[in-house]
Design a protein around this ligand. Structure first.
Ligand SMILES: NC(=O)c1ccc[n+]([C@@H]2O[C@H](COP(=O)([O-])OP(=O)(O)OC[C@H]3O[C@@H](n4cnc5c(N)ncnc54)[C@H](OP(=O)(O)O)[C@@H]3O)[C@@H](O)[C@H]2O)c1
Length: 294
């Protein structure tokens, strides 16, 4: 066979291959287009829904902040195990491996991105779930702050702003954004974690740590004020102290005494949330059920 003949054969082969590849690409594009249109039709007719449609209308719903680790993760696990819909929020869902594993096991757990210091994050979530009743808003996210910056003689006030942004403004921002979701739910509860250390009776027993204590004290005031505002609508706002719990929070505080596990504490807190009624609205409740006056 001459060289020209081989070249001619090779060119014909290449053209045929190129056409086949193009046809295949067109085929894939067409299939994708058909699938996209089909998906759009199914969603608009309510036959299937977006990710959050895994939440079941016949089950109660809890929305938790800071649910990627510590107590928040335990609350997500334990409410999911009870069959609740769980809107599990955290700052970085892409890194929330334990939460992702839980959502894989339990389809009624949905993970959402929320930094409680961000107006934009909270507003976007509220918009997305505008028609979703929320039986319990659980304001769990919290930070201790850097203890070295909270000592008399070394106070650094930009740290106070950081601690307040999460512990005080965060629960208030979330409560404002989801108030109507709670109001239309069956159980109507807004819960925030912690507070004992923010009372004048307990706080001074621990030296320094000004900013953490101040943030929890201001948070108590914010939540008590909210309770007064919404009581007539049947909404219960309570603060629950989870005890000394072996999480990163406790490590950050420098405390090295006795503690309970996150699983144990979450179970006890869930018990307290379950027995809340109007008489406990606005109260600071310990994980063992005792009321802490403030
Ligand atoms: N552990 C205790 O002994 C104890 C005692 C009394 C009260 N509490 C309260 O219990 C709550 C939970 O604490 P924990 O012990 O579970 O602590 P933790 O293990 O340190 O967990 C704190 C959680 O808050 C999240 N978080 C921090 N900043 C956030 C922000 N800006 N937006 C959203 N999430 C944020 C963290 O997320 P990242 O992973 O993204 O940082 C994490 O998920 C806190 O409010 C704490 O004050 C704990």
């Amino acid at each position: 066979m001459s060289l020209e003949r081989i070249q001619e054969k090779w060119t014909r082969f290449s053209v045929r291959k190129r056409d086949q590849t193009r046809n295949l690409e067109h085929f894939h594009e067409s299939i994708n287009l058909v699938l996209a249109v089909l998906l759009g039709v199914l969603v608009s007719f309510g036959i299937i829904g977006p990710a959050w449609a895994d939440l079941r209308a016949d089950k109660p719903t809890i929305l938790i902040t800071g649910s990627n680790r510590g107590l928040g993760l335990e609350f997500a696990r334990q409410y999911a195990a009870k069959g609740w819909n769980v809107i599990a929020t955290c700052r970085r869902p892409e890194e929330a491996e334990d939460l992702k594993a839980l959502a894989l096991e339990q389809s009624q757990v949905v993970i959402e991105k929320v930094d409680v210091t961000s107006d934009a994050d909270v507003a976007a979530l509220a918009l997305k779930y505008r028609d979703q009743p929320v039986d319990i808003l659980l304001n769990n996210a919290g930070i201790y702050g850097d203890v070295k910056k909270q000592k008399m003689g070394a106070l650094e006030f930009d740290e106070l702003e950081k601690v307040f942004a999460v512990n005080t403004f965060g629960p208030l921002r979330m409560s404002q954004a989801f108030l109507e979701n709670v109001a239309v739910s069956e159980q109507k509860k807004i819960i925030s974690l912690g507070g004992g250390i923010g009372t004048p009776r307990i706080g001074p027993l621990v030296p320094d740590d000004y900013f953490f204590k101040m943030s929890k004290a201001a948070h108590l005031m914010a939540m008590a004020t909210l309770q007064a505002k919404v009581r007539k609508r049947g909404i219960i706002v309570s603060m629950i102290s989870p005890g000394m719990v072996a999480t990163q929070h406790l490590v950050d505080s420098g405390y090295t005494g006795k503690s309970i596990s996150a699983a144990e504490s979450a179970a006890l807190v869930i018990e307290q949330i379950g027995r809340l009624d109007d008489s406990l609205g606005g109260k600071l409740i310990n994980y063992n059920g005792k009321i802490t006056p403030y």
